[in-house]
Design a protein around this ligand. Structure first.
Ligand SMILES: Cc1cc2nc3c(=O)[nH]c(=O)nc-3n(C[C@H](O)[C@H](O)[C@H](O)COP(=O)(O)OP(=O)(O)OC[C@H]3O[C@@H](n4cnc5c(N)ncnc54)[C@H](O)[C@@H]3O)c2cc1C
Length: 460
């Protein structure tokens, strides 16, 4: 980065928030994925929309690559600055600007994290539903269209955003929505930007839908003979309109990791971690109904309870699984598949994934949010071992091809980033060219997170 550009940046953002420190650049060179890191030239920490706008004008004028950075919990390399340039850190844009219980909405700056937000909302009897497990930033979650365990009932990010303030690549600032619950006015720019992975604009304010905390919540486990049965039971329970709010499949290998790390003694079989949201007056009936349907589909053990601490511990164990696998396999990392299929096809997609994984020589888990058709094969790999990489890419490829044949998507929630770029043409066909046209309109100099979703030199 030239001295002149550094001087220009320091004119619009105070010096102490513009850093070329090696350690800070390293922190912004990677995310949680297996993709190799790359250093940005400089890390800037804006505090206001105006500061973002001013720095984008500098980047636009001098054609400097810009990559927004949330907390780096992405699993497809989205925040890696492939071409160096400026990494924008939103850690100092972490204000909750408005909590509005009457309109069931909240307006935040992009650096607020999911847990920080829910801590504040809880004081008002409210919660924000999207839960990817990691304590991701709201900006990052918008950008990857995150979802997670609760999407089965409350939907993903796309379904929970009312309005975005976006700084465009040339520094212009736009709003995409409103505070109204519905709007039929104009093109739906909000949905265009959700899931754009920092390639179309930088989010500076986000207005989200929130919900009242349910009167009654129960959580627990259900055991099944196979992943096929577990998926079939979930689909059957959902199709009669049950109030399942989370339904996560944990395979036997993953239960083993959980038992080892937590001293628990869950039976090492195919297990659903389950949560039901309802009213006190109807909860008993809901639970009985789900239990009955599960048992008709082979469930051999069903156990739920209202204990809040036990519930928190259950989901904590689920969310820590990724790190348990890393901890139990030193020097290795995990490649995650992330397909999503129509829910009725979940049983066969899961069974296919299980078989492909078993045939490969890789250690791996099949886990996921099967209530909405989204699941992951987590493949334990040594990223420096070409044969591991070849096997993992092959497993990934087969699972994606199968999901696409079933009418699904190569990624349900982690996003495209670097890992799912190669499936874009296959999944979208001609529509991919329209996406490129949109990219060119919004980012004509190709400076925003280049090399993600599309290959760096193939857009223009
Ligand atoms: C253990 C573990 C479990 C996970 N489980 C799930 C899961 O169940 N479901 C799920 O959906 N995800 C899951 N993830 C992935 C991850 O948490 C999400 O992708 C998350 O949405 C990324 O948020 P972040 O703040 O870490 O963003 P980063 O990783 O820092 O960035 C992600 C993308 O967002 C862009 N970005 C960040 N801020 C902005 C902004 N203000 N404006 C524009 N673009 C921006 C970046 O440029 C990048 O393209 C998991 C991750 C881990 C480590």
């Amino acid at each position: 980065m030239s001295l002149d550009i550094m001087k220009q940046l320091q004119k619009v953002i105070p010096k102490e928030r513009v850093s070329t420190n090696e350690t800070i650049r390293k922190q912004h060179s990677r995310d949680e994925s297996f993709h190799p890191p790359n250093l940005p030239d400089v890390v800037v920490c804006p505090k206001t929309t105006n500061e973002i706008s001013d720095l984008m004008k500098i980047a636009y004028h001098s054609e400097i690559p810009v990559v927004p950075f949330g907390v780096g919990s992405g699993l497809e390399g989205q925040a890696i600055p492939l071409k160096g340039g400026i990494s924008i850190n939103f850690g100092q844009m972490n204000q909750i600007l408005e909590i509005n219980p009457d309109d069931l909405l909240v307006k935040v700056q992009p650096g607020v994290t999911r847990k920080e937000l829910n801590k504040e909302l809880g004081k008002h009897g409210l919660f924000f539903s999207v839960d990817p497990g990691a304590d991701a930033s709201i900006g990052g979650m918008v950008s990857t269209n995150a979802s997670g365990t609760t999407a089965v009932k409350y939907g993903n990010m796309k379904e929970n955003i009312l309005d975005l303030e976006v700084v465009l690549s040339d520094g212009r600032v736009i709003r995409t929505g409103s505070k109204a619950k519905k709007s039929s006015s104009g093109y739906n720019l909000t949905e265009l930007f959700v899931g754009s992975e920092g390639t179309l604009g930088v989010f500076s304010e986000i207005t989200l839908k929130v919900y009242g905390i349910p009167e009654s919540i129960v959580a627990g486990i259900a055991l099944f003979p196979s992943v096929y049965d577990a998926a079939k039971a979930t689909v059957a329970a959902l199709s009669i309109g049950s109030s399942i709010a989370r339904s996560d499949l944990i395979d036997a290998l993953s239960i083993k990791q959980i038992n080892q790390a937590n001293g628990t003694n869950y039976k090492e079989g195919v297990t659903l971690f389950l949560e039901i949201h309802s009213h006190k007056s109807t909860m008993r009936h809901e639970v009985d109904m789900i239990k009955e349907i599960f048992e008709q589909n082979g469930c051999s053990h069903f156990e739920v309870g209202e204990d809040t601490k036990a519930r928190a511990e259950l989901w904590e164990m689920r969310h820590n699984l990724y790190y348990l696998y890393l901890h139990h396999n030193p020097g290795k990392t995990m490649m995650n598949t992330d397909v999503c299929v129509p829910i009725s096809k979940t049983p066969q997609a899961l069974e296919f994934a299980r078989k492909v994984l078993e045939k490969s020589n890789l250690m791996g888990a099949v886990i996921g949010h099967i209530g909405d058709g989204n699941f992951h094969a987590g493949l334990i790999i040594n990223p420096n071992d070409p044969s591991d990489m070849e096997m993992a890419n092959n497993v990934n490829e087969q699972i994606v091809q199968h999901a696409l044949k079933l009418g699904g998507s190569c990624t349900g929630e982690h996003g495209v980033g670097l890992g799912k770029m190669k499936y874009q043409k296959l999944q979208h066909g001609e529509a991919l060219n329209i996406m490129k046209d949109i990219k060119i309109v919004l980012d004509p100099k190709n400076i925003l997170n280049l090399g993600k979703i599309f290959e760096a030199d193939r857009v223009i």
